[in-house]
Each structure stands twice: as C-alpha cells, then as structure tokens.
Design a protein around this ligand. Structure first.
Ligand SMILES: [Zn+2]
Length: 462
C-alpha cells in the first residue's frame, strides 16, 4: 500500500520506470505545473511531482452528496476517487464513472459527505480509572493513542489535531497512519505544550485531580521563561516537525507575543489554552485558535472578529467536569480544584453564550472534544455531544456540519486540501445512512469511511 507521503525513493524509481516504459510522464500537467506538490500537512514541504494516473479508481454512485460547500444536497450523485484524491463529484447525469473503475460502491439511499474533523484531542491522555493504579510511560501513552486513533476513524473522524502529547507520540501516530501501519485519522500535531514555570501544564498539582504530581515527568510540556526562551521553544517544536504550536497561559505578554511572532515567521500557526486577560493578549498578538478560553472578557469576541481568530470551545469537556466529574479518578463534580491556572468558577451558561456571540459575529467555530480522562470511553459520543452543544449555543445543523468539516479544515490551515468533497481534494469521505442536515445524530450511522482514498470502514446495511 502506498504511503501518504508520496515521492519516496521507491515512488521515484517507479515513476522513472513508468516514464522509461512510456517515454513520457503520464501526468504532463504535474510536470508543467509551476508550483511544487507538497506534503498533505500544515508544514507544506515541497515533494517531487506525484503521479496518480495509475492509481486505482473507486466510485460512489447514487448517494446524496453533501459536498460541504454549503449548497443544496445533490441527489443521485457520483463521486470518483483516484488514489488519495477526488477526481470528480456531482450529479450522475454529468459525472461519468470511468470504465476502468476498480470498484463502484452503490451509495443509493446513503449520504456522502466530507470526513469529520476534531480540532482538540490528546492521543496520550491518561485514562481516569487508571490514574493511580498504573505507572505512566511514553510506551503506555502510545498504546492509549493507538487505541484512540482507531476509535476516531471508526466514527468517521478522518482528521484530528493533537494539542499536547507525551514526547513524540502524536507524531509517531501521524506517521503510523500515513504509512498505514495503524488505522486512524490524519494527524496534525503541536509538539510539546509550551508553558511558563508553574503555568498550565507545569503545575505541581494536576489540573484535573488537584493531586500533587510525582516528580517524574513523561515530557508532555516544554517549560520556557522570557521571550527568547519562548522563541527557542517554538523553534524546537518546529524542528520536531510540529504542524502547530501550542502555548498556554499564564505567561507574560512578551512571551506570548514572542512565541506567536516566531511561529508565524516560520509559517506555523499557534493555538493557546488561556483564560481571562491572557486571551485578549493572545488575540491581539495574532494567535490562530483559542482552545476553550475560560473566564472571557467582554472584549474577547469583538477582538476575535477583528483579528480573524478561530474559537475551539470544547464545551463538552467542561460540561463533564461540572456535572459528573470523573469519579473513577477521584475527581469530584463542580469544577477544577486545587489548581492555580484554573482558579475560577466555570460557568457553562456563559461559555455557551460566548460561543453563540462569537458565531453571530462571524468567528469561525471549530469542533474539539478534549475530554480529559476517559476520552477513550466517551469517544465517539463525546464528539457527537459536542455537536449538540454547538447547536445549543445557537448554530444550525448546517452550521455545525460546516464546523465539523469545511470550517474545521480552514481553521486547521488545510482548507485547500480537506473539508469538502471537491475535485482535487484529498479523498477523506464519510458515507452515512440518514441525512445529517435533518438530524446530526445521523452522523452516527456510519456505512463507509474513506481515508486518504482507502476504504477503512465498511458496514453492511442492516
Ligand atoms: Zn486539551
């Protein structure tokens, strides 16, 4: 099976053989193209031209296409894939199925839409009921991550952004999926969380449990102090092949500005976990996404609108904490206790209100679950519950579906390659029974998941 990172040595040899055999490159268009092909991640590294003309063709025929661009669904549609790309998509009358198709899937009665995106996960998150029972290690974290990757792809979530991982686990999961060693979503990762000494992620007490951590660390964070150290920390993450940079409050305005400036100068976007006035500072400094900002000021939403900042509220994560806590881990309901970086009441009503306000102001809203502790158990329900919370905040079904697909891809800086079913885009596709625009719960009726052009989930009709 071909790797997602085309242009490997093997691929080049094959290309040369084909060229020698045919005395011409089959894809003249790609040879003439001025711009380089690039890796299918946020880093966009140039790669040698990719020839897909000999890749197998798969067609989905007869389903209703919700292409993710916001227009009316197209009944009796055909979607044609070749290799990892979408060749064509539209009404059957004007979208022929190529005669050489390796497989034609009868999608009649089904809905074809872009794969879903989760913008805030942690592959290595410790499980609630295991805390205190098992010693953690990078290997244990990697095993949890592989299990979670499997759960995501089974649910039709074909892309996920990891915003805080143990060592390089998220990167290796990304590679494992790319190389088709494991099943999972396309992964974008943010390297180690950059925090100030004692900041969020570097507290002596665990944010969730309030218990003092043991001295040992599994390396989930990069502690830095002062603007130059924050710049250095950003450079380290970029050197580690990070797609994104994740920073956390509290930090000084100089530190936050330095990290964002450094990342942007290297072409890498920045996410921040922040609260209160730190959020305003980060927006003004040009941060790209706000991860569940708590205790937001009245200025935050107008500032987001002004600066084009995206909002990933992870409403469910806090709702879980407020209403049920995590009893197996000894975490009581009602809020965070014994933590410095979350030393304020969490107001779920206000949180929902801010999301609604932001949406009405035109701020891009992304779907992220976070779900610290027990995320494996709560997945994929956590994702679908997050969609419901967004509805509660005032988004329509179509708005929520856009957040889960096109808008999510744009927020991820992948809008040109992901998020819609259009020719030229990556073939990450979900096929469901039932129309999700009528009822978002229909997203749970997964029939096919196609990731990178490969059918990875296939369920018989009941
Ligand atoms: Zn998180």
């Amino acid at each position: 099976m071909a790797s997602r990172h085309r242009g490997s040595v093997l691929g080049n040899v094959r290309l040369l053989l084909i060229a020698a055999a045919l005395s011409l490159l089959p894809s003249a268009a790609s040879a003439q193209r001025g711009a380089y092909d690039t890796t299918d991640d946020v880093r966009r590294l140039p790669i040698p031209p990719v020839d897909r003309s000999h890749e197998p063709i798969i067609a989905l025929a007869g389903g209703t296409l919700i292409d993710g661009r916001g227009g009316a669904p197209v009944p009796n549609a055909v979607v044609v894939l070749q290799g990892d790309r979408i060749l064509s998509a539209g009404p059957a009358t004007s979208t022929p199925i190529p005669p050489g198709a390796a497989r034609v899937i009868d999608a009649s009665g089904l809905h074809i839409l872009p794969g879903l995106i989760d913008l805030h996960i942690h592959f290595t998150q410790q499980r609630g009921d295991e805390m205190g029972h098992y010693a953690d290690s990078p290997a244990a974290a990697a095993i949890r991550g592989v299990a979670l990757a499997e759960q995501l792809i089974e649910a039709g979530i074909t892309a996920a952004r990891d915003v805080g991982t143990v060592q390089d686990v998220a990167l290796r999961i990304k590679e494992g999926v790319d190389r088709r060693i494991i099943r999972g979503p396309r992964v974008f990762w943010s390297g180690g969380l950059i925090a100030s000494t004692g900041g969020h992620g570097d507290e002596v007490t665990s944010t969730a449990t309030g218990r003092q951590r043991s001295g040992a660390t599994t390396g989930g964070r990069r502690v830095a102090n002062g603007p130059w150290e924050w710049r250095e920390a950003v450079r380290e993450q970029v050197r580690s092949l990070a797609d994104w940079i994740k920073i956390s409050a509290p930090a000084s305005e100089e530190e936050i500005r330095a990290a964002i400036d450094e990342a942007h100068s290297l072409g890498v976007p920045v996410a921040i976990d922040s609260y209160g006035t730190y959020t305003d500072i980060a927006i003004r400094a040009g941060v790209d996404t706000l991860e569940h900002p708590l205790h937001m000021s009245d200025r935050a939403v107008p500032l987001m609108r002004e600066h084009g900042t995206a909002f990933v509220p992870t409403i469910g994560a806090f709702h879980n904490l407020l209403t049920t806590g995590y009893p197996p881990a000894g975490i009581p309901a009602g809020g965070f206790y014994y933590t410095h970086s979350r030393r304020f009441a969490i107001d779920q009503e206000k949180h929902l209100q801010r999301v609604g306000e932001a949406h009405r102001a035109g701020v891009p809203i992304g779907v992220g679950t976070d779900i610290p502790f027990e995320n494996e158990k709560r997945y994929p329900d956590a994702y679908f519950r997050e969609l419901e919370y967004l509805r509660e905040a005032g988004l329509s079904n179509a708005d929520v579906l856009a957040s889960a697909t096109r808008v999510g891809a744009q927020i991820m800086r992948m809008g040109d390659k992901l998020g819609t079913v259009e020719p030229g885009k990556i073939a990450d596709i979900l096929v469901t029974a039932g129309n999700p625009l009528d009822d978002l719960a229909n997203l749970k009726n997964v029939r096919y998941v196609i990731a990178d052009g490969e059918i990875v989930v296939e369920r018989d009709r009941p």
